[in-house]
Design a protein around this ligand. Structure first.
Ligand code: ES4
Ligand code: ZN
Length: 319
């Protein structure tokens, strides 16, 4: 039995496996510039965040209808459940779809079809987190939140993702204030490739409750002390960090040092189709590489439920 866990850092578009990409391409008459799944799989080798993002955005061309988004989420939920995920907080990137002419309603309602039956079919409770693409403008983020208004009953919070360096959190001050006034929860990617000052800014200017990645916090002892004191959860993604070369190898991953510093760490998969594994695979791989004890692994899983956007009544089911 895999360890029960919550997944808090998962981009649904990053769960698109080559097989499903080809299936959806055929269904929608989209031509992919790869002969077959094997050739596409070989393209899943990148050197950094930008080269990954280029492929990630280009493959989204196959996602067009509600049924496509439903199939994407259904495939993820089945795999996640098999690896012990009991609760999933799922990021989606509406601007990557609206820019291609796919309305946000198609995305949210399509994903929603699979999420609505996730508990009965897979034993997984779910939340959706709308992410703004930080390499697009602040105005575009505001328009996106406005377009999401009819669907907010399906959305628990907002996040910030895509190319980090050169796009500091403060650029999105206004849209996060708006999200807050709408009762949405707030997270942001910070300190994946960007400096520790982006983490501080995400806390101070955006008011985020969790930090996605937060890897580079270790470079700033004062920031570490603050994150420890305030028990700010970090959603770490070990296999992602290796594939995007944020760390040189799994055994060099700072997770153990971060745990020993008293940081509230969680382990997640980020873009599992691209980075070589789902939530359980990340637990297994980093656990083996860093010789984490079963007690330490249970502590990480417990943190994931403590850090989740669950009601207090609901949280009790998992702890
Ligand atoms: C992402 Cl690994 C990562 N970093 C930033 N933005 C992203 N979107 C999807 N995966
Ligand atoms: Zn991410």
């Amino acid at each position: 039995m895999p360890l029960p866990k919550a997944e808090l850092h998962l981009h649904i578009e990053g769960t698109l496996e080559p097989e499903l990409a080809f299936e959806l391409a055929a269904r929608n008459g989209v031509r992919l510039p790869y002969a077959d799944t094997e050739e596409l799989r070989k393209a899943y080798l990148f050197d950094d965040l930008q080269s990954f993002l280029d492929l990630y955005y280009s493959l989204m061309a196959v996602l067009r209808t509600e049924e496509d988004f439903e199939a994407l989420a259904e495939a993820y939920l089945a795999r996640a459940a098999a690896q012990g995920v009991r609760h999933a907080e799922i990021f989606f990137d509406p601007q990557a779809h609206t820019a291609r002419g796919v309305p946000i309603g198609t995305v949210v309602e399509g994903l929603g079809r699979a999420l609505d039956r996730a508990e009965s079919r897979h034993g997984v409770t779910t939340r959706l987190i709308l992410c703004f693409l930080r390499d697009k403008s602040a105005e575009s983020a505001l328009e996106t939140l406005e377009a999401a208004r009819p669907h907010l009953h399906r959305i628990v919070g907002v996040g910030l993702d895509s190319a980090e360096v050169g796009h500091p959190p403060a650029k999105f001050r206004e849209v996060y204030a708006m999200a807050d006034s709408l009762g949405l929860r707030k997270v942001a990617h910070a300190g994946e490739e960007g400096p520790p000052s982006y983490i501080t800014e995400a806390l101070d200017v955006l008011g985020v409750e969790r930090v996605d990645h937060g890897l580079r916090a270790l470079e700033d002892p004062e920031l570490v002390a603050r994150l420890v004191r305030d028990r700010v959860p970090l959603t770490l993604c070990p296999l992602s960090n290796v594939r995007l070369r944020a760390v040189s190898s799994l055994s060099a991953h700072p997770l153990r040092r971060m745990m020993e510093a008293g940081l509230m760490c969680t382990v997640n998969s980020d873009d599992p189709a691209y980075f070589g594994g789902y939530a359980g695979d990340n637990f297994d791989a980093v656990g083996a590489a860093l010789s984490l004890s079963s007690e330490e692994l249970r502590g990480l899983a417990r943190n994931s439920f403590l850090a989740a956007f669950l009601g207090e009544g609901e949280r009790g089911r998992y702890l």
